[in-house]
Ligand binder design. Structure first.
Ligand SMILES: O=C[C@H](O)[C@H](O)COP(=O)(O)O
Ligand SMILES: C=C(OP(=O)(O)O)C(=O)O
Length: 366
C-alpha cells in the first residue's frame, strides 16, 4: 500500500468493514461494502458554526460575481486532482496568502478535485483510491476529502470541486462554495437533478465535442424543481425532492474542434444564452481543450479574457486554471515527484503567482 496519504497529521479512523458489511446480490455481479452515511461523516468531521457562516459568506461572494453584481473576477484554481494531502495543504497555504494580496480585484477559490471523470479508465481520484494503488479505500477517501476541505475553510479559501458521482454530493456540499458539472456529464439528467437540490453556485461545462447547447439545457433543467432517486442523510435509498437552483452559469472549456474563449465564441455563447432566457454569465476554463492540454498556454488564455473584459465584455465573470506546486504532469508510479500532477498537466507555482499578480494589476487599470 502506498503510504502517501496515511502519514499525515489528520486522524482518519476508517469505518471498520467487517463481513457483515460486505454483500453480493444474487445474479448481480456486484459486491458491495457499506460506507459511512453522509450524516455519519458529517458528525465525525463537523462543520463548525463559525465555518458554516464562512461558507455562506463565500457562496454570497461567488454568487454576486457570477450574477454580475460584484465586478471582481472569480478564479477557480488549483491542481487538476488532489493526490497528496501534504502537497495540497502547502499549495493552499500559498494560495491563501496570494488571495489576500489580490482580493480587491479577484476572488480566488481552490480546486479540491477528488473525483476525476476518465475518458476510458485511469485513477479516479482521492475519493476512490486515496492510496493510489487500486486498493479503493473509499472509507478513507471520504474522510481525507472532507478533512482537507475543512482545512481549506480554516485557511479562508472557498472550496470548489467537480461533482461527478451524485450520490457522493451530500458528503461534501455543505462545505462547497462552487461546483462544476464536467464536460462528460453536463448532458446527464441525473446531474441536473442533483444541481437543482444544491444551495451553491454551479458551472455547467460545454460538452467535450464543444456543444454549448447541452450546458444551457442543463441550466434550465437545474433551475426547476425535481423529484429523483437518491440517498437520505442516513444513506438509505430515498425519493429526493428539490426546489431548483437559480445560480448556475456556463463554463467554456473548448472542444474537439478547438478553443472557444475567443471574442466570436464568447459572443455566440452569450447570444445562445439570451435566446434561451438565461443571464449571459460565463467562466472560461483556461485549461482542457482551450489550452489543448498545454498548461503553459493558460496565462495567454487568461490574457485574452482580461483583454475582452477591458474591451467591455461584461459576461466574462470567472476563469478556471489548473495549477500545482510544480509544472507539468507525471505518470502514476511508486516514486512520485513532489508537487507534480498525476492527471492533466498544471502550471507551477512560480508562474501561477506571477500570472495572478500581473492579472490583478491589469484589472486595477481596466
Ligand atoms: O481534467 C482531467 C482530464 O482531462 C479528465 O479527467 C479526462 O482525463 P483522461 O482523458 O486522461 O481520462
Ligand atoms: C475534468 C475536468 O474538466 P472537463 O470536464 O472540462 O474535462 C476538470 O476540470 O478537471
Amino acid at each position: 500500500m502506498n503510504s502517501l496519504n496515511t502519514a499525515i497529521a489528520f486522524d482518519h479512523n476508517s469505518v471498520a468493514l467487517d463481513a457483515a458489511n460486505v454483500t453480493t446480490l444474487p445474479q448481480s455481479g456486484r459486491k458491495t461494502q457499506v460506507l459511512a452515511s453522509p450524516q455519519e461523516l458529517r458528525q465525525q468531521l463537523p462543520l463548525s458554526a463559525q465555518l458554516a457562516q464562512r461558507v455562506q459568506q463565500q457562496r454570497e461572494q461567488v454568487r454576486a460575481i457570477i450574477n454580475g453584481e460584484d465586478p471582481r473576477l472569480l478564479v477557480v484554481i488549483g491542481p487538476c486532482s488532489i493526490h497528496n494531502i501534504a502537497e495540497a495543504i502547502e499549495y493552499a497555504e500559498r494560495l491563501a496568502t496570494l488571495s489576500e494580496q489580490v482580493s480587491e480585484h479577484m476572488l480566488l477559490a481552490m480546486r479540491i478535485y477528488i473525483e476525476k471523470p476518465r475518458t476510458t479508465v485511469g485513477w479516479k481520484g482521492l475519493l476512490y483510491d486515496p492510496h493510489l494503488d487500486g486498493s479503493a479505500d473509499m472509507a478513507q477517501g471520504l474522510q481525507l476529502s472532507r478533512q482537507l476541505m475543512l482545512r481549506m475553510l480554516e485557511l479562508n479559501l472557498p472550496v470548489t470541486t467537480e461533482l461527478l458521482q451524485p450520490l457522493a454530493a451530500s458528503y461534501f456540499d455543505d462545505v462547497l462554495s462552487w461546483a462544476a458539472i464536467g464536460a462528460r456529464t453536463s448532458e446527464s439528467q441525473i446531474h441536473r437533478e442533483m444541481v437543482s437540490g444544491l444551495q451553491l453556485p454551479v458551472g455547467f461545462k460545454n460538452g467535450t465535442d464543444g456543444s454549448v447547447g447541452i450546458a444551457l439545457d442543463a441550466m434550465r433543467s437545474a433551475a426547476h424543481a425535481h423529484q429523483h432517486f437518491g440517498l437520505d442523510a442516513q444513506g438509505r435509498a430515498a425519493l429526493v425532492e428539490t426546489s431548483g437552483n437559480p445560480d448556475t452559469h456556463l463554463v467554456l472549456r473548448g472542444g474537439h474542434q478547438g478553443p472557444n474563449y475567443d471574442a466570436h465564441s464568447i459572443a455566440q455563447a452569450c447570444s445562445a444564452m439570451r435566446k434561451a432566457g438565461l443571464d449571459a454569465s460565463l467562466m472560461v476554463d483556461c485549461s482542457h481543450a482551450n489550452s489543448g492540454k498545454d498548461p503553459q498556454l493558460q496565462p495567454q488564455i487568461l490574457q485574452s479574457v482580461l483583454a475582452q473584459r477591458a474591451a467591455g465584455e461584461r459576461s466574462l465573470r470567472a476563469v478556471m486554471l489548473e495549477s500545482n506546486l510544480m509544472d507539468g504532469q507525471q505518470a502514476l508510479c511508486d516514486n512520485l515527484q513532489y508537487g507534480v500532477s498525476i492527471t492533466d498537466g498544471c502550471l507551477g507555482w512560480a508562474s501561477t503567482e506571477r500570472m495572478l499578480l500581473a492579472a490583478a494589476q491589469q484589472l486595477q487599470q481596466s
